[in-house]
Design a binder for this molecule. Structure first.
Ligand code: FES
Length: 120
């Protein structure tokens, strides 16, 4: 396994990402609440650049006790959205929101001496 320099940790603010090319393909590395999460930049749907999509909190339907729909709200769970057709992925797990059996390939990251490295 090789370590590939991503960025200085101080240059990646919360919610920022970098896309790194590796011999195994592109990988997206996110800083989310001070933790670094890395996933293959290949959507499980049709291979789109999933890690380049917008960040959005998970949307929840509000259902009353009588089972009537009361609108929507946002959960405290961050997703990124594939820009091609909208598959959403949990930024902390890579699991697809629409089908939990699907997930992006995950990579390890290491922070050493203030630098972020991808292990690929
Ligand atoms: S390729 Fe990502 S949603 Fe279709």
């Amino acid at each position: 396994m090789a370590e590939i320099f991503v960025a200085k940790a101080s240059d990646m603010q919360d919610g920022e990402r970098r896309i790194v090319r590796t011999p195994k393909g592109e990988v997206g590395i996110f800083n989310y609440k001070g933790a670094f999460h890395a996933y293959a930049n290949t959507c499980v749907h049709s291979g789109g650049p999933a890690c380049e999509g917008v960040l959005v909190n998970k949307v929840l339907d509000i259902i009353a006790e009588d089972r009537t729909y009361q609108g929507q709200t946002f959960a405290d769970e961050m997703h990124f959205v594939c820009p091609w057709h909208g598959y959403e992925y949990n930024i902390e797990t890579g699991v697809c929101a629409g089908d939990p059996k699907l997930r992006l390939k995950k990579f390890e990251t290491v922070v050493r001496s203030g630098d972020v490295y991808l292990v690929a």
